[in-house]
Design a protein around this ligand. Structure first.
Ligand code: HEC
Length: 133
């Protein structure tokens, strides 16, 4: 019984990064079909901390407003104060394993932060950057 539990725990640890890799690779291929080219983690890195001014409230918004500048640390929802688990797969193996969750939150977060959807290129850049953390 104990051996099975240990084996299952080990499998879960081993499987997660591989799953995240598959999920990210599949999304990257989709983005390429939508016109994206060579993905660039450093473009995403500089966008992460860039200020975007909200048209309605004039407040400055950035990805790091909620996720902080260190993706291995927990973040905090800038509006509600709710804790957000770390985005870095190295700190949080559940990250980048569910394509629907990723797309849903790209959509919400890009609209809130940039005032528009992210392009396929930008989403791919973000994924490559986050995956390496
Ligand atoms: C207003 C707060 C807020 C801002 C700003 C924000 N996010 Fe998020 N983000 C969240 C929340 C809340 C979740 C969903 C909860 C969770 O996954 O822990 C999330 C989830 C995500 C996910 C899903 C990760 C996964 O494993 O499925 C990605 C990717 C992401 N955010 C990227 C971004 C990017 C890129 C930006 C900047 C364009 C950004 N976020 C700005 C709050 C924010």
């Amino acid at each position: 019984m104990k051996t099975i539990a240990v084996a299952a725990a080990l499998l879960a640890i081993l499987a997660s990064p591989a799953l995240a890799d598959n999920v990210v690779d599949t999304l990257l291929k989709q983005y390429e079909k939508q016109g994206a080219t060579a993905f660039n983690a450093s473009a995403a890195q500089s966008m992460w901390t860039r200020d975007f001014v909200d048209a309605k409230t004039s407040e400055k918004r950035r990805c790091s407003s909620c996720h902080t500048e260190d993706l291995r640390r927990p973040g905090k929802q800038a509006v509600t104060g709710k804790v957000i688990e770390p985005l870095a797969p190295s700190a949080n193996p559940k990250r980048l394993t569910d394509p629907e969750h990723i797309e849903k939150w790209f959509s919400r977060n890009c609209k809130w932060t940039l005032g528009r959807e992210c392009t396929p290129q930008e989403k791919g850049d973000f994924l490559v950057m986050i995956r390496a953390k």
